[in-house]
Design a protein around this ligand. Structure first.
Ligand code: OGA
Ligand code: MN
Length: 332
């Protein structure tokens, strides 16, 4: 469209909203993962071309940051639903209004900066360990979406969210480690947070019944990426490996956890107010960096797009005959 046409002069935003999404800019945030996306107002419905651009960027960059967004809760839910049906959080007291909107904060929904021993604040510390969201579900989540309402001032230490790329972390493993973990599964359970922080109130009967422990392969296979493998585990929903002694499983789990912290796999997001960041839980882990919780209020609104299928591993029936044999994956 010509910049001098009457329509472009009078209705620039409307002119942008038809045809290809050429106004959408995508700039990588680092070497490991992530991109900053410009040209979109997420409070308005995306056009099919814009939605395609966002979906494509999720697939190739894994994390997207949209700066200076102004969304209320309903608008965030409406934006999120364009990517798929939303998850409902099992713990009612973490939600705000709708059960699909989580209050990731050391501030209550009513606005009180909570004491550090309030269980809603202690629960935030569970997020300080490497994890992928909802791994305690048989079908873990697809994408998490966090909108920054109150962030730490520039001079404060911590409060970032750090991400690690599990495709790269898998590729960088030694061949013998790849062979060792190929058939293994980790046990994931919601209640593990209580083992980390026994001061938390016990999980409710409803949660215990509806979110039972589950197992996922340590090696995740991605049909949408040519059956490529990635690491898939968490450190906030368990540390036991099925079929191994507690001692051996925990030792293996600890080795993997230290491997994924290598800086070449990671991107650390320093939040600005009104950032909306979304990330693909299928291929990333993340953790909140510690900060002075008594001093600084920190408030995010989170929505989560549900996953569509159970995690596939190299031995899953659905991928038999399609996954590359492991020896062809080894480094030469
Ligand atoms: C979460 C989470 C990270 C953070 O809400 O799932 O991991 O930095 N949050 O608060
Ligand atoms: Mn999380």
């Amino acid at each position: 469209m010509s910049a001098t046409s009457a329509a472009a002069l009078e209705f620039p935003a409307a002119a942008n909203r038809s045809g290809p999404a050429e106004h959408v800019t995508i700039n990588p945030l680092g070497n490991a993962l992530g991109a900053e996306v410009g040209g979109l107002d997420l409070a308005r419905p995306l056009t099919p071309a814009e939605l395609d651009a966002v979906r494509g960027a999720i697939q190739s960059h894994h994390l997207l940051c949209f700066r200076d967004q102004r969304l209320d809760s309903d608008e965030q839910v409406a934006f999120s639903k364009q990517l798929g049906p939303l998850e409902v959080f099992p713990e009612k007291d973490k939600t705000k209004g709708e059960s699909t909107v989580y209050n990731v904060a050391n501030v209550s929904p009513e606005g009180e900066h909570l004491p550090v021993d309030d269980h809603r604040v202690v629960f935030q510390k569970v997020n300080a360990r490497w994890h992928t969201d909802s791994s305690y579900r048989y079908i873990p989540s697809f994408v998490s979406i966090m909108y920054a309402i109150r962030v730490l001032p520039e001079e404060a230490t911590g409060g970032e969210t750090e991400y690690s790329n599990m495709l790269d972390a898998y590729d960088a493993l030694a061949d013998e480690m790849k062979a060792r973990i190929e058939p293994l599964h980790m046990v994931h359970y919601f209640e593990f947070g209580r083992r980390l922080f026994p001061e938390l109130p016990p999980v409710s009967h409803h949660e215990r019944v509806h979110v039972p422990p589950t197992c996922h392969p340590l090696v995740r296979v991605h049909p949408d990426r040519g059956y490529r493998r990635s690491l898939f585990f968490t450190t906030n929903a368990g540390n036991e490996v099925s079929g191994m002694s507690m001692e051996d499983g925990v030792a293996l789990h600890r080795r993997l956890a230290s491997h994924v912290s290598r800086p070449e796999f990671c991107y650390k997001h320093r939040w600005r107010p009104n950032d909306l960041v979304l990330w693909n839980n299928r291929v990333l882990m993340h953790r909140a960096k510690g900060y002075d919780m008594a001093r600084y209020p920190r408030v995010f609104r989170r929505t989560t797009v549900a996953g569509t299928e159970a995690v596939l591993g190299p031995y899953s029936q659905a991928v038999q005959g399609k996954v590359r044999p492991l020896d062809t994956v080894f480094k030469s």
